[in-house]
Design a protein around this ligand. Structure first.
Ligand SMILES: [Zn+2]
Length: 197
């Protein structure tokens, strides 16, 4: 349409989640019409984020600081750690403001079908944190999928001997559902109604 630069831009935008060729063309056009106001700020935000944002060495959250802003926040309850599958799930819980403790991001769930074993997940740092003894409760906030349930059982067997109380989020999490698509009220109810794992 307008040279290889525009095609490349649209091609890259179209690969983003929630975008297709049509929305990529619209976004590209909007930016190209206001390069100073829209395009250059976005380009510098992208470059800056790519350069500075990394997984937190303690919890796996994404942040430009390591340990991350949550791990270093003195107002948070360090005795309670909420285990989530992904940073997206952590963001969902933070948006709902229902968890005042710390997090641990597993980076996935165990899956025999996809060949994901314990060594592929961010498990060892979690067990090490719990073994240190500062954490008294671990909340497993994993999706209600078969793999989520398998992972919760597997983690419970390893966390309990370390002395922590292990609970699981309860009602409100739909079967087969992922946490980050739930509305805030449902998430809050699920976290409040957690039960022993
Ligand atoms: Zn952290």
């Amino acid at each position: 349409m307008g040279g290889p630069e525009i095609d490349r831009l649209i091609g890259l935008l179209a690969k983003l989640p929630g975008m297709g060729p049509r929305s990529a063309r619209r976004a590209a056009l909007k930016m190209l019409q206001q390069p100073e106001a829209r395009m250059l700020p976005l380009a510098s935000a992208l470059a800056e984020a790519a350069r500075t944002v990394k997984p937190c060495g303690q919890c796996g959250n994404l942040d430009s600081r390591d340990p991350c802003s949550i791990c270093t926040d003195p107002r948070r309850d360090r005795a309670v750690v909420c285990v989530v599958e992904s940073v997206g799930d952590l963001w969902a819980l933070e948006r709902a403001s229902v968890h005042q403790g710390l997090y641990h991001v597993l980076g996935g769930t165990l899956s025999a079908l996809s060949g994901v074993g314990p060594e592929d997940l961010n498990v060892a740092p979690l067990l090490a944190r719990i073994a240190e003894g500062e954490v008294t409760e671990v909340i497993l906030a994993l999706g209600a999928t078969v793999d989520g349930a398998t992972t919760a059982h597997w983690l419970t067997d390893r966390l309990k001997p370390l002395g922590a109380t292990v609970t699981r989020v309860a009602q409100g999490v739909p079967i087969g559902g992922a946490l980050d698509v739930l509305d805030d009220g449902t998430l809050a109810a699920a976290l409040r109604a957690r039960r022993p794992s």
